[in-house]
Design a protein around this ligand. Structure first.
Ligand SMILES: Cc1ncc(COP(=O)(O)O)c(C=O)c1O
Length: 406
């Protein structure tokens, strides 16, 4: 028998399975109402449009669609993304765009290209778990900045930037897991600080188009260009986008928008990772999205997700005990619940599964703290399930607080 674990590379000691993917296995049971995943509503997948796009691709472009393509990605899709990103005044060109297999690959590739072992990384606490899973093997030093209802506390950033950290990672819109959004004022302050200290940030933006209330806020990549008095991407931001939440995650298509010098290096990293993202998926996404279809589709998603968010917020207000608090997101797929300090959400989950309802305990999203928090997804469950699930959780929380008062 081979002792394989003795042969694993040292860096694998920092690798972990995503706890969410493990919890999702437990919640597949049909009786369980799960608020655990980050899943879009499957009934909203634009099936007919995808079917017709697939027919067009296979009838008109099959030789291209089934063939190897360039690592950078299909030009039609790169041009379409560049034009769409240029709508707010930026001048994005095809050369700024690398097509990747979802924003998760964007994160992985950025890590390969920018991070050395022991580098320091600035992040918000809590942060996106998939980034931690991807970058932990670099044995990074984390400079952790807390958040409030307006996102990262940017006034804590200057002291950190003075130490010249390698990189910063942020989800400014409807963050996963908290659902909070970085305010306009703080974004302006942030890009100013990055310019002053020569810092760089990864702006991971899977949810930006899923806004249900409040006014849209310019992205960091736009504000960074503005403050340079420029329209190009040659600044301090690497932007990651994805079709996962606005079209379908199973297609596995996302993109990186960055200065061309960064794109060139990312292309080399992607060549070693997977040569290219699926040509078939790329052409399918292009055919499905073009002609403005995606804008109408996003409107439909917004309408449904807005209702589900409102429903969940109303159910929380009705059923949760007074000692419990939660975030009130203006968009995205998630909100975060904060329990009284003495309660542990991982323990609560064990009992919640007996009540046939599931969520993701917050600890794994936090670099420090967070044991008394959990994340709820409001996009995936049908309205009746949202009502029933929150009522069950409320009943459990009331019982727990009688048993374990603060
Ligand atoms: C903040 C964030 N980044 C990246 C991803 C990965 O998305 P993709 O499906 O595009 O790989 C997710 C998915 O939930 C996410 O929440």
């Amino acid at each position: 028998m081979v002792d394989w674990t003795a042969k694993f590379a040292g860096r694998t000691a920092y690798m972990r399975r995503s706890s969410i993917r493990e919890i999702l296995k437990l919640t597949r049971h049909p009786e369980i109402i799960s608020f655990a995943g980050g899943l879009p509503a499957p009934e909203l997948f634009p099936l007919e449009r995808i079917q017709s796009a697939m027919r067009v691709v296979l009838e008109q472009r099959s030789a291209e669609a089934l063939q190897y393509s360039t690592t950078e990605g299909c030009n039609d899709l790169r041009d379409w993304i560049a034009a769409r990103m240029s709508r707010g005044g930026l001048q994005v060109t095809r050369d700024n765009i690398l097509i990747v297999s979802g924003a998760q690959q964007a994160i992985d590739l950025v890590g390969r290209v920018l991070l050395d072992d022991g580098d320091s990384l600035v992040l918000e606490n809590p942060t996106y778990l998939g980034m931690l899973v991807a970058w932990r093997p670099y044995n990074l030093r984390f400079s952790v900045i807390p958040t409030d209802a307006d996102g990262l506390l940017v006034d804590r950033l200057e002291a950190v930037l003075r130490q010249h950290p390698k990189l910063m990672y942020l989800v400014p819109n409807f963050q996963n897991p908290q659902g909070v959004t970085l305010s306009h004022e703080r974004r302006v302050q942030l890009v100013k600080l990055l310019a002053e200290y020569g810092g760089v940030v990864v702006e991971d933006n899977p949810y930006g188009e899923l806004r249900y209330s409040g006014a849209a806020i310019p992205s960091l990549v736009e504000l960074d260009a503005q403050q340079r008095g420029s329209r190009t991407l040659d600044g301090h931001v690497i932007y990651a986008g994805t079709f996962s939440k606005i079209l379908a995650p199973g297609l596995r298509i996302g993109w990186i928008a960055a200065p061309t010098v960064v794109i060139d290096k990312l292309v080399q990293a992607k060549q070693s990772a997977d040569l290219q993202s699926s040509t078939l998926s790329q052409l399918l996404v292009y055919e499905a999205c073009k002609d403005g279809f995606i804008d109408g589709h996003i409107e439909r998603l917004r309408a449904t997700y807005r209702d589900r968010r409102d429903l969940m917020l109303a159910a929380l207000a009705q059923h949760f005990p007074d000692e419990v608090r939660w975030s009130k997101p203006e968009g995205g797929l998630f909100l975060m619940v904060t329990l009284p300090e003495h309660l542990d959400a991982a323990e609560l989950l064990k009992e919640a599964l007996n009540y046939k309802v599931a969520f993701v305990p917050g600890t794994d999203f936090f670099i420090e703290g967070g044991a008394n928090t959990f994340r709820l997804n409001f996009s995936n469950a049908q309205p009746a399930m949202i009502e029933a699930g929150i009522e069950r959780l409320g009943a459990l929380l009331k019982a727990v607080l009688v048993r374990q008062p603060a």
